[in-house]
Design a binder for this molecule. Structure first.
Ligand code: NAD
Ligand code: MG
Length: 381
């Protein structure tokens, strides 16, 4: 594909994080096609300043702290939506962690922009609102998550009716083979030791509890319009097959590659096209061998089943699941609860609040808030 005559403007929300840094490396190599027009971060002003000096975007936003007013930066939580709405932004890479990314996703979709979505929590908590904003505003959601990027790459160009089932792969995380007794002793350090991926702390813990896989099942439901009966999960410890799609004639396609977020980020920018890129590690089947698959041990990972059940219930339940998980993971990262308490906290929040409504933005935010308070009050003391 030849580079277009006008470069597309890209905003990176959460540029100082793991996906944000990957996105900047991709954009650095793809300067013929894209230019960085906005960057935002939570509070890492030093790294954000370095990125701003290097890429010179017209808009820089920081949510909190330590910036003097002469910097010209936009300060406060609204900077995410401001960046997402800008006329010089064609693509919003939403690489924020957690529910904080919701309004920016909605704002970008309402303005007809492409959202390259890493921030899966947004789609989980408010899947109906987000897909509605997308169809009304003429925007487009392209997943950055490697499993969903794989599915998209397998189905692009095919009508939805030809897809019979998707099988999402899961590495199984650091506790894949741990017994129930050993899991009771699991520490934060153990949970942060992911076998195949280097990521931010929140998603790394989600991979240890398998809450991440439940988030991904719900994400697939909304992205591809598939009923939950047509979404399965298999454990694949090597993280080389990024997911499978089965078609109605029985054929199964998979997208494979070295575990790296470079390709999913690049593809989210260029979909449905493919462009030459030197940053994606090349695949060698022999050195990647053997590839193995095994069932998910749901009984050891309660967060997974709770999340999928919340997805199936619909309404405000996915927002409650997501917020309870975020709040519990925050407590776990702060050393205030044990690993096993994460699943207990999610179950408790869903039992108390699982039937709340999720019919509009206010209801979703109320469900989110109630679940966070529930976990804080019961488990945070
Ligand atoms: P991270 O913690 O490394 O980075 C998060 C970014 O979001 C940072 O730039 C931070 O400044 C910003 N941020 C955090 N809280 C914020 C708030 N309240 N308001 C505004 N900005 C805020 O996380 P990450 O690993 O890059 O993950 C980002 C998202 O991508 C998550 O939703 C995660 O599930 C998803 N994801 C990540 C990976 C990966 O490989 N890291 C893979 C798939 C999906
Ligand atoms: Mg994933």
């Amino acid at each position: 594909m030849t580079p277009p005559s006008v470069r597309r403007g890209v905003a990176i929300l959460g540029s100082t994080g793991s996906i944000g840094a990957t996105a900047l490396r991709v954009l650095d190599r793809q300067q013929d096609r894209f230019r960085v027009t906005a960057l935002t971060a939570f509070n890492n002003a030093a790294l954000l300043a370095e990125q701003a000096a290097r890429f010179r975007p017209p808009f820089v936003g920081i949510v909190r702290n330590g910036v003097d007013s002469s910097s010209g930066w936009h300060v406060g939580a609204e900077c995410l939506v401001e960046a997402a709405r800008r006329d010089d932004v064609d693509v919003v890479i939403n690489a924020v962690v957690g529910a904080a990314g919701l309004d920016a996703t909605l704002a970008a979709l309402e303005r007809g922009k492409r959202v390259a979505l890493a921030n899966k929590e947004t789609l989980v908590m408010a899947g109906e609102l987000v897909t509605e904003a997308c169809s009304k505003g003429g925007g487009e959601i392209v997943p950055v998550d490697s499993e969903h990027s794989a599915i998209l790459q397998c189905i692009t160009g095919r009508p939805g009716v030809e897809v019979s089932r998707v099988i999402i792969t899961a590495s199984g995380g650091p506790f894949r083979q741990w017994s129930a007794e050993r899991l009771e002793q699991a520490t934060l350090e153990d949970a942060l030791r992911h076998p195949t991926w280097r990521m931010g702390r929140k998603i790394t813990v989600d991979c240890a509890t398998l809450a991440n896989k439940a988030l991904e099942v719900i994400e697939a439901h909304f992205l591809f319009g598939l009923s939950y009966d047509r979404i399965e999960v298999v454990v694949h410890p090597q993280s080389v097959v990024h997911s499978f799609v089965e078609f109605i004639d029985g054929s199964v396609l998979a997208q494979v590659g070295v575990p790296s977020m470079e390709l999913p980020v690049l593809y989210a920018l260029t979909h449905p096209d493919r462009v030459a890129d030197s940053g994606v590690p090349r695949f060698d089947p022999v050195s990647m061998s053997p590839l193995t698959f095994e069932p998910l041990r749901a009984e050891q990972f309660p967060a997974f089943a709770l999340g999928v059940a919340a997805g199936r219930s619909g309404g405000g339940a996915p927002a409650v699941f997501n917020a309870a998980n975020e709040a519990a993971v925050e407590l776990f990262l702060a050393g205030r609860i044990k690993y096993g308490d994460i699943g207990v906290a999610i179950a408790s929040a869903l039992e108390a609040l699982g039937h709340v409504s999720g019919e509009n933005r206010e209801a979703v935010l109320a469900a989110d808030d109630a679940a966070r308070r529930h976990v804080q009050e019961r488990f945070g003391c």
